[in-house]
Write a protein that binds this ligand. Structure first.
Ligand SMILES: [Zn+2]
Ligand SMILES: [Zn+2]
Length: 359
């Protein structure tokens, strides 16, 4: 039988380009079509097999500092986890950036605001109105630091219009955790000039690797019994019971990312970033502006890179780039690279796909 991953790649990834094919159910459908045809349907029914292909994509919609520039919009980062859209900050013009980047917007389940400086939230009123015009009916929740509930009421009341769906605001405190299906969001204490939060998205542990050869050795026939073992259920082969532990390895970590918003380098971000796959950190200034970075409660490239190095992150991305580097962000990148090699300076519409760590 042809390799499992071959069909998923053939069917799933080309379809990513079509609007609407960003839904977990459709991924399963694609897998089922492929495997019912080729007789391997049971294998793809298992959680382990499906989890192995969950997409986690980050799109940088706005990467500028407090002042928007010709080529940098104010802050916004979109995360697409298998069709569910999560938006971190929503600066002015974010909805048009979504259109340019073709991220979609109707599957947006939550907005996480880091703090209520204008460059991080002014896009919210326009975005929620646009989704109403486009026929949205699903509720939307806006999370953020103290004051979010109150600000959300203001967004809803701004101008003459009636929203066709529910928008509610929820104040979070540092340390709060939102449990979602397959992942959790952790609110982090950051250090800025107004109440502020960073966020960590942490996927749940994945099932361990299935040892197909060992299962066959033990007399298990490929098919439904494989699926049972992978689901963590014992199976009977003749007069013997095979337990999942005999053929399934130890659980493996999922992926994780941290978004800081505007902040000085700080303890909570350092701790949340340990061994993380992606750290998106305030990198407003090159090191020459260290005094001003401290005064304005932002970070320099070198400071963010030092934190990333200490935390052992896989990839650092600097964002919230000051307008003084509008035409050339090389000084920011150069200063960061002196300390930590795996660093990028974000550009508007840049995309990253997060893969699982190699075992
Ligand atoms: Zn800002
Ligand atoms: Zn700020």
């Amino acid at each position: 039988m042809p390799d499992l991953s071959f069909f998923v790649i053939c069917l799933y990834f080309p379809c990513q380009g079509f609007a609407g094919f960003q839904d977990f159910g459709l991924l399963q459908l694609a897998c089922h079509l492929a495997f019912s045809k080729y007789g391997g349907r049971e294998a793809i029914n298992t959680p382990a097999a499906i989890i192995a292909f969950i997409m986690l994509r980050v799109t940088f919609l706005g990467t500028g500092g407090s002042l928007p520039t010709r080529n940098r919009n104010p802050s916004a980062v979109m995360v697409n986890r298998e069709g569910e859209l999560l938006l971190f900050d929503c600066g002015e013009g974010t909805q048009q950036q979504m259109m340019r980047a073709k991220t979609g917007m109707m599957s947006l389940s939550s907005i996480f605001i880091s703090h209520f400086h204008a460059d991080h939230f002014l896009g919210v009123p326009g975005l929620i109105q646009t989704m109403s015009f486009m026929g949205r009916t699903e509720a939307l929740t806006i999370y953020g630091p103290q004051g979010t509930e109150e600000f959300t009421e203001l967004f809803r009341a701004l101008g003459f219009f009636r929203l066709r769906y529910e928008v509610r605001g929820v104040d979070l405190r540092p340390g709060d955790v939102l449990e979602r299906e397959g992942y959790s969001i952790h609110a982090l204490r950051t250090e800025h000039s107004v109440p502020s939060l960073g966020y960590a998205l942490i996927e749940n542990m994945r099932p361990g690797r299935f040892n197909r050869e060992r299962a066959i050795e033990l007399g298990v026939t490929p098919g439904p019994l494989f699926a049972k073992l992978q689901r963590g259920e014992p199976v009977k082969v003749e007069d013997r019971t095979i337990s999942p532990e005999e053929v399934v390895g130890v659980p493996r970590p999922g992926r994780s990312l941290v978004y800081t918003g505007d902040t000085r380098p700080c303890e909570a971000v350092l701790e949340a970033s340990r061994d993380t796959d992606l750290l998106i950190h305030d990198g407003s200034f090159a090191d020459e502006m260290a005094d001003w970075a401290g005064e304005s409660m932002h970070s320099t490239a070198g400071e963010a890179a030092a934190l990333a190095k200490e935390a052992g992150v896989r990839q650092l991305v600097l964002t919230h780039i000051s307008s003084r580097y509008s035409d050339d962000s090389t000084p920011v990148l150069t200063d960061a690279k002196k300390v930590f090699e795996e660093v990028l300076v974000a550009d508007d519409l840049m995309e990253l796909e997060l893969s699982y760590q190699k075992e």
